[in-house]
Design a protein around this ligand. Structure first.
Ligand code: HEM
Length: 378
């Protein structure tokens, strides 16, 4: 049991097998309608949990409603889209590396988070969505604001309103002329079937994508770089080709997933999980702890060790499991691999300019990674 912000008590699931069973089964739901008192306001839930559980988006829906809200997103994240985005990602990464090289000419210390790890997913999302070039700066700044944990509620609301307003403008523009971007894909797919999505629903799904695609990928890139910088023997295996960068990424996702947990699920009925002997009560909030499941000692030997050749490195839930499994995973993997492989080639002598223990982490039980990664590049 854990006490979450606002005093909410949630059952925390740390075992990999149980987490998989719950995420894939019908006994628990992401829909907060199953949380007694949440919708009618009689349960005092504010702040981060209301922000997560409140919106009517794919993440918080189940069954037919989930399929209806998720299908348009999935239609915009096809293998074809990932292929088409690949040269775009390559250009974004090369430009970021060129700028880093300019910084490297000065022997100072560079913080890789804003200069690289965050810049890549932000620019990828902007291009994926088809944000018009005149709006890119504004969109980028507001989208960054959504993740500024030091921002007060008013600033956070302003960022949220700006992103929503820009997304609204884009939906309106695309309704008159569809293009080749995720917003257009969503509009096309959302209009199909006999229950098309309203503009409000479309915006909620687009907002979900902006949030889901940025705050996660920044940590996937940053954490993989930190693992490789701090474990020279593991890095040597990757550089020599004895292990692939994909292996190194999976091991990084297992050991330190970008989302330590994604709140929240609720028991839809009283049920027993026979294999674990655990009993759940209807309405009970459940937090599947992705980070803990990745270091489950019944699945991995020496789970705390970063080992790119670990046979069980793919046994993690970093992208979720079951019907909500991340639809952006192939795109995210492509981004991380392009970014980190090119970074390794460009800066083979780079080293961390701080103790790993001292790297600041987000003050969050959701976001998991480093908020600053100071490095000397040359
Ligand atoms: C390394 C980067 C990423 C990680 C670690 C990640 C992780 C996750 C996780 C853990 C979930 C929840 C799964 C569950 O509830 O079981 C999720 C859902 C989602 N992700 Fe990602 N994600 C990443 C990148 C992306 C990208 C790039 C996009 C879009 C371009 C995206 C879009 C979504 C959406 C729309 C959902 C909700 C799906 C649903 O509930 O049906 N994610 N992601």
């Amino acid at each position: 049991m854990a006490v979450l912000p606002g005093g909410v008590q949630a059952r925390v699931v740390v075992a990999y097998d149980l987490a998989q069973r719950l995420a894939a089964g019908n006994d628990v739901s992401r829909n907060a309608d199953h949380w007694p008192g949440f919708r009618d306001g009689s349960l005092a839930v504010d702040g981060v949990l209301r922000q997560w559980a409140g919106p009517r988006n794919a993440l918080n829906a189940e069954g037919e409603e989930h399929a209806r809200l998720r299908a348009p997103i999935q239609a915009g994240l096809t293998p074809r889209r990932v292929r088409e985005m690949t040269p775009v990602i390559e250009t974004i990464v090369e430009e970021a590396l060129n700028d880093l090289e300019i910084l490297a000419a000065d022997p100072g210390i560079v913080d890789l988070v804003p200069a690289f790890a965050l810049r890549i997913p932000q620019q990828v999302v902007t291009r994926l969505m088809g944000v018009p070039s005149s709006r890119m700066g504004q969109f980028g700044r507001a989208a960054t604001g959504l993740f500024d944990t030091s921002a007060g509620p008013a600033d956070m609301q302003r960022s949220m309103d700006t992103v929503l307003a820009l997304l609204g403008e884009m939906v309106a523009a695309r309704r008159t002329r569809l293009g080749d971007d995720l917003v257009s894909d969503l509009i096309r797919a959302a209009g199909q079937g006999n229950d098309p999505l309203s503009d409000e629903e479309l915006l909620a799904q687009l907002m979900l994508v902006v949030i889901a695609a940025t705050e996660t990928t920044v940590h996937a890139i940053g954490t993989l770089i930190v693992h490789l910088l701090t474990q020279p023997a593991q890095r040597a295996l990757v550089v020599s080709g004895e292990a692939s960068l994909e292996d190194a990424l999976d091991e990084s996702l297992r050991l330190q997933p970008p989302a330590a947990s994604v709140p929240l699920r609720f028991a839809v009925r009283d049920f027993d999980d026979a294999a674990s002997g655990q009993t759940f009560r209807k309405g009970e909030p459940i937090l599947i702890h992705t980070a803990a499941a990745g270091i489950d000692p019944s699945v991995h030997t020496a789970p705390g060790v970063y080992d790119v050749r670990r046979p069980t490195r793919r046994k993690h839930l970093a992208f979720g499991h079951g019907p909500h499994v991340c639809p952006g995973a192939p795109l995210a993997r492509r981004e991380v691999i392009i970014a980190v492989s090119r970074w390794l080639n460009r800066f083979p002598k780079a080293r961390l300019a701080a103790d790993t223990q001292q790297l600041p982490q987000p003050p969050s039980f959701i976001a998991n990674g480093f908020t600053k990664i100071p490095v000397r590049l040359g």
